[in-house]
Design a protein around this ligand. Sequence first.
Ligand code: ADP
Ligand code: MG
Length: 358
Amino acid sequence: MDFQQIFGQLPQNQASAPGRVNLLGEHTDYNDGFVLPTAIPQSTTVQVGFSTDGQHHFYSEDLDEKVSISENNNTPSGFASYIFGCIEVLKSAPNTIPPLNLYVKSSVPMGSGLSSSAALEVAILRALRQLLNLPVNDVEIAQLAQQAEIHYAGVQCGIMDQMASSLADTEHILFLDTRTLERRVLPFPNKAEIVVIDSGVPRTLAGSGYNQRRAECEEAARLLNVKALRDITDADAVQELPEPLRHRARHVVTENNRVLEAVQEVSSSRFGELMNASHASLRDDYEVSVPALDTLVAMLQKTPGVFGARLTGAGFGGACVALVAAGEGKAIATNILEQYNQAGYSGRILVPITNFGF
Ligand code: ADP
Ligand code: MG
């Protein structure tokens, strides 16, 4: 079913935005810290037209679901909440938004930690910017998308996903300071490409575990008398904290330092070592890994041609990312998945590897 079949008219315009994978800097964004995401080749496309019956109509091809909603309705639930949220945050920009027909289709895996939600928001906001000639820039699009996700979809997210979707591309890594929004576009580590593999283990505890870690970080920052853990640069400064705050804070401080080191034009092998150290820190200090992710990451780390590997995203299941020798990603991933799945898991390749740059 295309736009015309669903809405009985042709779309006025369309826009797309990519998903993202974070290479380094995990659980740092809500501590005002540093992150290193890159865009993935998969993206979400949104087509829009003007609705003539006074209501908004949203259709997702991926869910095969249509939602109709009046302007003054309460926030809908499910996927429509993201779309409704994007329209609402634009309204207060200050613009009036007419009733819309909006069609969504995506190749970003949903709910796998590759940020299909930010891709959806950014694609919607780009399409509406173009359709209505709105004076918003790419950073403002990311900020509006984050507001929509927090206030309408009810997810307490940081700014990384939306900034990555709005500003990153697949040929570079985006270094982002989540406090100041200062950013730099970096080249990929030399002669390397990326593999993203889903562990096949759903992120069951991700919500509650995430909120608990956030609260622990806030408490650690309060005890250390700083605005956020980003303000601590020396890992020794956390020694006096009570457990588990000491371990949690140590992860955040060392992870920020790993990102800052990676930004200094490091080799692929050093970048890989920093990813390995990040995984160990997420596993031992932050305690957000699970046995499946540890197994998959260990298999990757001991495979020739792999520079480094770690879990990516909030943890408690989900995906891992590896930096591997250029041209070898597909063979490495296929081979490892065979071993991994023989151990009873159902892992799969999440990102088509060949599209990554060098
Ligand atoms: P992630 O961002 O890691 O993929 P989230 O849980 O943050 O996972 O976002 C997934 C949610 O975003 C989906 O449950 C759905 O509500 C919404 N969403 C994302 N992409 C689409 C799409 N193509 N069609 C409909 N809803 C989508
Ligand atoms: Mg998301």
